[in-house]
Each structure stands twice: as C-alpha cells, then as structure tokens.
Design a protein around this ligand. Structure first.
Ligand code: PLP
Length: 361
C-alpha cells in the first residue's frame, strides 16, 4: 500500500463531515441571482462575525469575497501592480507564488526566513529585496510549510518598511486557526493590527476543511482613506468576475458555524500527529523535527549524505511512501522533508516511523 504524506486535501483524509453539512446550499434563496461585486451582505457579515472567534472585530464593509485564496492573490496583484512590478515573497514558502505572480505578469522576489529554534523573517534580506522596488510584501502566517506565525515585533518592522517604501502588506492567514507551538506574541487578523494598507486572506478551504466549496475572502485594513480607495478599485476588479457562487454565499453563515466541527477534528489530529512525530524522531539522533507553530505541515531535517531527490525516490521505491523534498519549497540547503499531518494517526505514525528509519540509515 502506498502512503501519501503529501496529502493536503482534508476531504481525502478520513474526517467525519456531517452528511447534511451542505444543506443550506439548497436554500431556495439561491435560485435567484443578485450579483454584488464584494458578495452578498449576509455572507460578508458571516465572515466578519467569524473573525470574532480570534477576537478580531471586522466591519463587513472591509470584507471582499473571492472564489479562493489564489483568486484573492490575483485580484490584489491586479489592484496593486503594473506588469513587471515585483512583490516580495517569503522563502521557504508556498511554491504556488511563482505561478500566481507570473500569471498576473508580476515577479516574485524572495526574502529569507531563517531558522534559529523558530523560523524568523531575515529583515536584512527583506530590506535588500525591497531596495530594488516592489509593490507589496507577502507574508504567510502560519507559513506553509515552516509553520511560523508573524509576531507582533515582526509586524512592527514589516509595517515600518511598508510605511517608508509605500508598500502594501498581504498576509495569507488560511492556517491561522491551527496553532500548535504558537508564540505568545503572534498576531492574527493582521489587516486590523497595522497602520499600513494591508489585506488578510482566508477561506473555507482550510478554516472549515472545505476546499471544494470555493469560498475565500480578503479583509482590507489600514488607514481608512487608503483602504477605502483600494476597495473602490477592487470593486471594479471583483465586479468584472463575480466569481463566487450564490449557493455558497447563501450558506456561508451555516458553513462557517458548522465547519467548526471539521476544524476541531483536523486540529486535534494535527496536534496528535505532531506529538507522535516528535516522539518517534527522538529515537533518531540524526533527524530533527523543526519547531512547528501552526498549520498542517511538519518539517523534518534529515541527514544530507543522500540528496533530497535520492531520499524521496528511495522512500518511494523501498517503502512506498511519498513525501515532499525541501527544495520544493526552496529551503536554503539540503536536506529536509516536509510531511502533511492530515493522515489518520495510525497510518501517519507508521509511515513517518519508516521514513525516519530510512532517512537515518
Ligand atoms: C499558504 C496557502 N495559501 C493558500 C492556499 C490555497 O487556498 P485556496 O484553496 O483558498 O485557494 C494554500 C493551499 O494549500 C496554502 O497552503
């Protein structure tokens, strides 16, 4: 049997979704079409109300609905950039940035995250990247795959750079509801916590384990005048696509409320799997599970006497286990593997145990 330790689709990981979870999408109100560029008022209010779980008070007027986080990025690049402009992206991070930027005719310029017991932003590299000119700084918090949250101190420095260089801040918080070893001074709902033009991204895909419903959102924040000017321009972009389906908007309130049960299952499993992975790795001195502050992924440093490619292929051939090599996420050096922690605990413990043994061999 093959084991896929890259599985990041929660609908394939054996969680118990209530069978009638989608019933609100059949509401007869979804039979009529009344398009609004930023989404239906009730759905925007439901997203704003959901932010209260994290203590964030959002005005529904700040909420823009999108079909996905990927679409949110595309709209923000259209809003903030001209062709050939640059946006600053963390490294290591989410490999899709390369495509999401190029598809909008902009460039992703990396700044580094460095591991010193936790992953931190390397502000020297950020300053170097910003010096050549850019339109926005992208932050993923917690980051995929390093799991690092942005802290209050980091946010103050990011805001300062944005202020001085006229950059906007885009913070992808799709995993914000999955804290693990999270720092006390982490910040979520960043668009509400800074004095620069900022956008927080979220979506049902991760917060309720429902990627198939295609509902994401942007929360716009920062100085009121700049924020409202940005929202006016964003309205034309959103109105040109009107991409969020009516049934998902009609159901948004119920999906967000009942999706909490799915989130809790995912969170409990990820916690359990991370603990099991740590315990297992303790028996292999050559392997280290890096600090994981949040999200669904774990990073394991493994001996570099094989290349990451060799290790990944050997795991496939000898153990029938699929993992991501670190270079997939642009880790600064070899050798790392990245595993998703979504699999059922027994399968996860068995596969990661075999992976650690082979990697240490
Ligand atoms: C950091 C990050 N942002 C965004 C997404 C995609 O979210 P969506 O399904 O809303 O496009 C992912 C998916 O894995 C992700 O890891």
């Amino acid at each position: 049997m093959w084991v896929d330790l890259t599985e990041s689709n929660p609908t394939r990981a054996g969680f118990a979704y209530p069978p009638d979870l989608l019933r609100a999408m059949a509401d007869p109100r979804a039979l009529s079409y009344e398009p609004y560029p930023f989404g239906m008022a009730a759905a925007r209010a439901a997203v704003a109300a959901d932010c209260l779980r994290r203590g964030a008070t959002v005005d529904p007027a700040q909420v823009v609905l999108t079909a996905s986080t990927s679409e949110a990025y595309a709209w923000l690049f259209k809003l903030l950039c001209d062709p050939d402009d640059r946006v600053l992206v963390p490294r290591p991070s989410y490999p899709l940035f390369e495509h999401l930027t190029r598809l909008e005719a902009v460039y992703a310029e990396p700044y580094e995250l460095e591991y010193h017991g936790r992953w931190r932003i390397d502000f020297d590299s950020l300053a170097r990247a910003a010096a050549a000119g850019a339109r926005a700084i992208l932050v993923v918090s917690p980051n995929n795959p390093t799991g690092s949250y942005v802290t209050r101190r980091e946010l103050a420095r990011l805001s300062d750079i944005c202020q001085r260089s006229g950059l906007a801040l885009i913070v992808d918080e799709v995993f914000a509801d999955y804290p693990l070893d999270a720092p006390e001074d982490r910040v979520t709902d960043v668009a509400l916590a800074t004095e620069v033009l900022a956008f927080t991204l979220g979506g049902l895909s991760k917060t309720a384990g429902l990627p198939q419903l295609k509902l994401g959102w942007i929360v716009a924040g920062g100085p009121a005048a700049r924020r409202d000017e940005a929202l006016r321009s964003l309205e034309l972009i959103a109105d040109s696509y009107l991409s969020v389906s009516t049934p998902v908007q009609v159901a948004a309130g119920e999906l967000l409320a009942r999706g909490g049960a799915v989130r809790e299952q995912i969170h409990a499993r990820v916690r359990l799997n991370l603990e099991a992975l740590r315990r297992a790795a303790a028996a292999f001195r050559a392997c280290e599970v890096l600090t994981c502050e949040g999200g669904w992924y774990a990073v394991v440093r493994v001996p570099a006497h094989r290349t990451e490619d060799e290790l990944v292929l050997e795991l496939l051939e000898r153990e029938r286990i699929l993992v991501h090599p670190g270079y997939f996420f642009d880790f600064p050096r070899e050798a790392y593997v990245v595993v998703s922690m979504l699999l059922p605990p027994e399968a996860f413990a068995d596969a990661t145990g075999r992976m650690l043994r082979l990697a240490s061999d």
